[in-house]
Design a protein around this ligand. Structure first.
Ligand code: AMP
Ligand code: MG
Length: 314
């Protein structure tokens, strides 16, 4: 009898062990967007709580329009924390790396177009010129990527197996699936052509997309989106509808996605050729798709960007 009970207990334990573990899930509203956290592991519930608090804290710190933010303190000449200073330094280094296409000091330009208040408008040339002369920080182009990095470091201090963090279109993965298969991340099709494009990543990776469909308004049939060309102070018009960057470093991925959107396919491909330390997928406004060889893109026709060619149409 004892043996039968033991056998039954063993069977039950085995079955529980085999059952797919369900994740702790949390939805967080912050940074003007909806974030979905899915975390697996013994401390998944605790991790979801810790991550939510970290996200809300980052939102308070980096909200360029809030008088309570670290950016407001900076404007007022007050000291900022080491962490804030290091994010600002990294942002300026990314500005240099991208030849200024990613510019973390475009607050006044974005504000002139109404993207902070929601009172959208097309500013005059004179307004744009004076906004371009103002150097005020807006880290909106990298902060979700930085958040991904920070959440990964918090997860690594907890008893957690794996996680998929959807930070308002930026996807940050952590850990591996039980069988070791890669994470499959879907890319939004900007003009909704019915394609189901996906990329595959393994381990902790940031998959970050910048697109002209994420925030925009229309006047007389013209679309004015939220990614500014620092050279003109107007929404970038580079023939790109969206760019996805895949990179282990979240903040770099985020800055590069914004920069490649501004630069367009040819200059963007050249930037990739310089270092090849990230992967990218360009979805152009004409519907065509270009991807770097390591992007592991599937679900549609695309042209592979050549590592060699330079200065020519990839
Ligand atoms: P993303 O969605 O990461 O491309 O970031 C877009 C956000 O970054 C905008 O909503 C602005 O707050 C800010 N931004 C706009 N244009 C730029 C730019 N050229 N460089 C850096 N940040 C920008
Ligand atoms: Mg970005």
């Amino acid at each position: 009898m004892k043996k039968r009970i033991l056998a039954l207990l063993l069977l039950a334990a085995l079955l529980t062990g085999c059952a797919p573990q369900s994740p702790a899930e949390k939805t967080v509203f912050c940074m003007d967007t909806v974030m979905d956290l899915r975390i697996w592991g013994r401390e998944a519930e605790k991790a979801a709580q810790v991550l939510e608090e970290a996200l809300l804290d980052l939102d308070r710190t980096w909200n360029a329009s809030s008088p309570a933010s670290a950016l407001a303190a900076l404007e007022a000449g007050e000291p900022v924390s080491e962490e804030v200073q290091s994010v600002l330094d990294r942002a300026l280094a990314l500005k240099a790396r991208t030849g200024g296409a990613f510019d973390p000091q475009l607050y006044a330009v974005t504000e002139a177009w109404g993207f902070f208040s929601g009172d959208y408008r097309v500013p005059s040339q004179a307004e744009i010129a004076s906004a371009l002369a103002v150097k005020k920080y807006d880290l909106g182009g990298v902060i979700k990527g930085y958040a991904g990095e920070k959440l990964v470091s918090l997860l690594s201090g907890l008893d957690v197996d794996r996680a998929v963090l959807n930070l308002g279109g930026n996807v940050q993965t952590y850990g591996s699936k039980p069988e070791g298969e890669p994470w499959v991340v879907a890319l939004q099709d900007p003009r909704d052509q019915g394609r189901e494009l996906t990329v595959q990543v393994t381990g902790a990776m940031a998959v970050v997309t910048s697109g002209d469909y994420q925030r925009y308004f229309e006047v007389d049939g013209v679309r004015y989106h939220h990614i500014m060309d620092p050279k003109t102070g107007c929404p970038a018009d580079s023939g790109v509808a969206s760019v996805t960057v895949i990179c282990a470093d979240g903040m770099t991925a985020d800055a590069l996605s914004t920069a490649l959107f501004v630069l367009g396919l040819e200059a963007g491909a050249d930037l990739w050729r310089e270092s090849r330390d990230f992967e990218a997928v360009f979805l152009l406004t004409d519907g065509s798709v270009y991807a770097t060889p390591g992007a592991a893109l599937s679900g549609g026709e695309y042209t592979v960007i050549s590592p060699q060619e330079s200065g020519k149409n990839p």
